[in-house]
Design a protein around this ligand. Structure first.
Ligand code: HEC
Ligand code: HEC
Length: 276
């Protein structure tokens, strides 16, 4: 790492001591989760992938081991009601057409994906059904309706390994996401990689830096007591380095999401995870 970014890290409170991810193993309601896996061959500088869960305190970790204790499940329960509630000019609910949300098992592991030349996330798929098939209003990207629903749909893939396509027509989006990941931005002139690749394990103020994985999203954060979207988290990290964040749902964050999903290949879906 360059001297300049070391100085920057010192300025924002990164300690010189580094603690490895802990060695606890995660099981949720008795089902074992893979929180550590060999990195895929497309990653040049990292050998082992770790779930963000491995960097959290024992108290925060415990909240994710039991659905009854997981505060994110409250929002998932609300989404179960929404699923069956009619909305929009067609008088339809999700359940009018999708008999059981369990039919979405595996979907989370493959998103985002390319459809007709466009990179598409889970939020896009949900909103497409709302606007084009229900005649209902689009949900806000990081609003409670959307994060609850993406939580419910992602939960159907819990325990399944992330496995997004990055070749073929996804390749150009992936390249763009990779470029964004390594590009320094903001007043602190830092890239995602400076924290989540070069310095995971380091303490930054009271926070233990992880690899910035997205396999647990949407994530319940104790800090704001709600489910947080992937793009919402990207926005927060960009603001923290005093950069102007890209737009939620915009091309930059969608490409970054694809790239990060590929950096988590083999880690299992943990949604809804719990973080500080
Ligand atoms: C009028 C029927 C209809 C309604 C109502 C509807 N959908 Fe869909 N949905 C479809 C069709 C058709 C597709 C595309 C074909 C497919 O993948 O099943 C689809 C696709 C999807 C997909 C992508 C599935 C995949 O495997 O690619 C998701 C996720 C989804 N819908 C969620 C929802 C949610 C959440 C709601 C309620 C907010 C909803 N849908 C309401 C008909 C509907
Ligand atoms: C100054 C250091 C820093 C930079 C630069 C940074 N982040 Fe973060 N990020 C953090 C901290 C601190 C956390 C909370 C602790 C953790 O999970 O690492 C975090 C958390 C995350 C998480 C949540 C991980 C989880 O398991 O819940 C994601 C995803 C993430 N960052 C993505 C990004 C992306 C994408 C970028 C570049 C746009 C970025 N970060 C840039 C410091 C940073």
């Amino acid at each position: 790492m360059q001297f300049k970014s070391l100085m920057t890290l010192a300025a924002i409170g990164m300690a010189s001591t580094s603690f490895a991810q802990d060695s606890s193993s995660l099981s949720v309601d008795g089902e074992a989760m893979v929180t550590e896996v060999a990195a895929p061959s497309h990653m040049e500088y990292v050998d082992t992938l770790y779930s963000g869960w491995r960097f959290r305190s024992p108290e925060t970790q415990a909240l994710q081991t039991d659905d009854f204790d997981n505060p994110g499940m409250i929002f998932v329960d609300t989404a179960i009601d929404t699923w069956a509630t009619a909305d929009g000019s067609e008088g339809k609910s999700c359940s009018s057409c999708h008999s059981d949300v369990a039919e979405f098992a595996g979907l989370r592991t493959q998103l985002p994906r390319v459809e007709d030349g466009q990179l598409v996330t889970m939020e896009n798929l949900v909103n497409e059904c709302r606007t084009d098939r229900m005649g209902a209003k689009e949900w806000k990207w990081s609003g409670a309706d959307m994060t609850g629903m993406t939580g419910l749909i992602s939960l159907q893939s819990r325990g399944m390994p992330m496995n997004v396509a990055i070749d073929g027509d996804a390749a150009s989006f992936w390249e763009k996401g990779k470029e964004l990941y390594y590009t320094r931005v903001g007043q602190l002139d830092m890239a995602c990689s400076n924290c989540h690749e070069d310095n995971y394990g380091v303490m930054i103020r009271a926070d233990h830096l992880s690899q910035g994985q997205i396999n647990g999203f949407p994530t319940y954060r104790l800090k704001n007591a709600k489910l947080n979207s992937i793009h919402g988290r990207f926005k927060g990290c960009m603001s923290n380095i005093r950069a102007t964040p890209y737009k939620e749902g915009g091309e930059e964050f969608k490409a970054l999401e694809l790239y990060l999903a590929s950096r988590g290949e083999g880690l299992v879906v943990e949604s809804p995870s719990v973080r500080n």
